[in-house]
Design a protein. Structure first.
Length: 82
């Protein structure tokens, strides 16, 4: 299957109530492995493209959070994907 309907988008930002098309959007905290797993199973996801990260300017202001998001987030995605 290909196409727009086969892509599930996620972010830690909740969409506003007036968002146009939210059918393929899921609120997701990359630090919550159980949520990642639930969405992958519920949506039948077989491929994950992971871009969650805190860039250096923000990460330098909060190093512990940057390490969690940038390292633990990758670990969570890899664990769910295996």
């Amino acid at each position: 299957m290909y196409g727009e309907g086969c892509v599930v988008m996620s972010d830690i930002v909740k969409l506003p109530p007036n968002a146009v098309d939210v059918s393929t959007y899921c609120y997701l905290d990359i630090l919550n492995r159980e949520s990642i797993e639930r969405i992958v199973v519920d949506k039948g996801i077989d491929t994950i493209v992971h871009y969650s990260a805190l860039l250096s300017a923000i990460g330098e202001q909060n190093v512990p959070l940057a390490l969690q998001v940038n390292c633990r987030g990758v670990e969570n995605v890899l664990e769910v994907a295996k």
